[in-house]
Design a protein around this ligand. Sequence first.
Ligand SMILES: NC(=O)c1ccc[n+]([C@@H]2O[C@H](COP(=O)([O-])OP(=O)(O)OC[C@H]3O[C@@H](n4cnc5c(N)ncnc54)[C@H](OP(=O)(O)O)[C@@H]3O)[C@@H](O)[C@H]2O)c1
Length: 261
Amino acid sequence: MDVSTLFSLSGANALVTGGSRGIGAMIAQGLIGAGADVFICGRKEKELMEAAERLGAMPLVADLSTDAGVEGLAKAMRERVSRLDILVNNAGAAWGAPFDAFPRSGFDKVLNLNVVAVFALTQALHPLLKAAASPEHPARVINISSIDGLTPPRGPTFSYSASKAALNMLTRHLASIFAADHITCNAIAPGLFETKFSAHMFDPGHPKFDDRPLIPMNRAGNPEDIAGAAIYLASRAGGYVTGAILPVSGGSGCFQDLADK
Ligand SMILES: NC(=O)c1ccc[n+]([C@@H]2O[C@H](COP(=O)([O-])OP(=O)(O)OC[C@H]3O[C@@H](n4cnc5c(N)ncnc54)[C@H](OP(=O)(O)O)[C@@H]3O)[C@@H](O)[C@H]2O)c1
């Protein structure tokens, strides 16, 4: 056993959606540090270019909420690589509104990006994943879910928790059919990480501050926590893991008593 290369991603191609900031940028940084060539995408070109420069990643502007955006990204990948070893479906959105006022559009937007776009992009990139896959070196799909898909959150983010529960099942369903293609499919379910998306949970003056999860380990996650999980699932170390939902949450969302908080 060569433990020195067990977590190496040397020579691998990866795509991290939403890699321009937050959890996606943390994962992109980790994959690059482990030796992968990493593409990142996002909608805002300036922020994406700056992140790509900072991280040493390759930027591709794409809006994954539309069919054209998904197909455009898949086409751009086909033009640049002949195989894709690692796909990280990270881009996501949330919506919060009181139960009585929660709009249908809050479901349309969130389910579209967090579930439908993940399926569509994975489908469009399946030929490139298959081209990278072998029994000894499976290709990897890693979906960024949330602990809110495992236990009900405190805030009124009804479509978000439903979307992440759906993504967890989509992960397991795809894992069951991808096994024959030598492609693993797993989800990481993060707890609280400080990003633009969660900034209100770090501001005691913010009205949504009390929505933040209870964290048994009493701290938010850091870049190494999430990058380490992604490197594990993407590397030889995680090659026999598929259909798993891995909480990276300091224990939040993992224990039944917290579901009744
Ligand atoms: N932060 C947390 O505490 C936490 C906890 C659990 C799960 N998560 C999950 O982690 C993932 C990343 O969240 P984050 O906190 O890092 O959020 P973030 O800081 O808001 O970053 C979101 C990323 O996704 C991109 N993006 C958003 N909409 C997109 C679209 N339609 N097409 C393409 N790219 C798009 C954004 O770039 P543009 O705006 O330029 O498009 C950005 O790069 C999400 O799936 C989220 O649900 C986060």
